[in-house]
Write a protein that binds this ligand. Sequence first.
Ligand code: AMP
Ligand code: GLY
Length: 422
Amino acid sequence: MNVLIIGSGGREHALAWKAARSPRLTKLYIAPGNAGTSSCGENVAVDIHDHDAVIHFCRRKQIDLVIVGPEMPLAGGLVDSLSAEGIHSFGPKQAAAQIEASKVFAKDFMTRHYIQTARYAAFTHLEEAIRYLKSVDRPIVIKASGLAAGKGVILPGTFEEAKSTLENIFVERTFGDAGNQVVIEERLSGQEVSLMAFTDGITIVPMLPAQDHKRLLDGDEGPNTGGMGAYAPAPVFTKAMMKEALETVLKPAIHGMRMEGNPFVGVLYAGLILTGAGLSVLEFNCRFGDPETQAVLPLLETDLLDIAEACVNQTLADVDIRWRNGAAVCVVLAGKGYPEKAESGRMIEFAPLPENAVCFHAGTKPENDRVLTSGGRVLGLTAWAGDIASAIDTVYSNVTKVSFDGMNYRRDIGQRALEGLK
Ligand code: AMP
Ligand code: GLY
């Protein structure tokens, strides 16, 4: 198979790394990729927002399968354009990608299909939103409805803060058109679990449950980030919870999308929160999570290309998806200044890693023979082992194998799993 992966982050390096292990792979391309993906295949400078350019590339290179990583091209209808040309693509079409691209759509969809989620109201005008704010006496969360690169969710501490957040969104237009609609919802508390599932639109196969670490500093302190690390499986998510999530979240969502004429093919990501009153959906994403994918894929035994192809061909029920025993941990190595404004252009040095570890690149770029930092989250050092304690041990004992000026990382990725096991 000739395969094209779309994207350039840590998630895409993990996808490329896994695809490169497939005996069915002939040639792998990554558009645009990063300094790490070039060790798995060939990086190509195709503009992923230019659908004609992607189609032309696929024809020229006889691509058998396209795997789309990020939400932007999915929400932009890349899979629709490729499918119209008969090019097999793993990922939802535009109408199905709304489950992530419009939080108002997602919330209304969950209501229509009785999927448990925080109570909410949606607004298109500042005055109405403020009037609503005055009427609620409980902690709330404000969300820009559209795609905001992971920054569109605000947890205001006071009424004044909530009011100025709404002003920023509606008047200053901090999130641009992504803030045309705003969701205000009840704030829930509990542990969060990222549950991703492969689906061909009918059959649903959940992956191992993972936990992300969104705050910058140890102990879940400091500002929110795109994710400072992840581990899988998450012991807090019991077998009973997995069953409940399958029956009350994943199945109704996938069936609901199909019933509404928008069959969902690809990876459905349910961001769950385990509240005292049961599990509730915080968000759906229409793609693999980042950095969850970096922790989940090393544990996947089955060939990723077999799975992706079966999703596209609606034969997922025929694939036996197997996972390794044990656990994996991914620690994000971020650049100085992240998440505010990260430096770039720092040289990265690498020493060899053991066989059960891999360093996934995210914000890196090759320059001559060197690899330079080029974004906030630079690398995702990942290790897997027979249990979570050994995986944590391996990842942290190898962290000195990678270095660049200003490198920052959390020291407590996966600790929550250990605490849960006590
Ligand atoms: P989202 O992009 O909707 O997942 O939101 C990002 C993060 O904001 C989540 O992972 C939670 O940590 C937090 N969050 C979102 N919605 C809520 C909520 N209703 N209650 C508490 N925290 C939330
Ligand atoms: N880790 C959160 C996300 O991928 O959206």
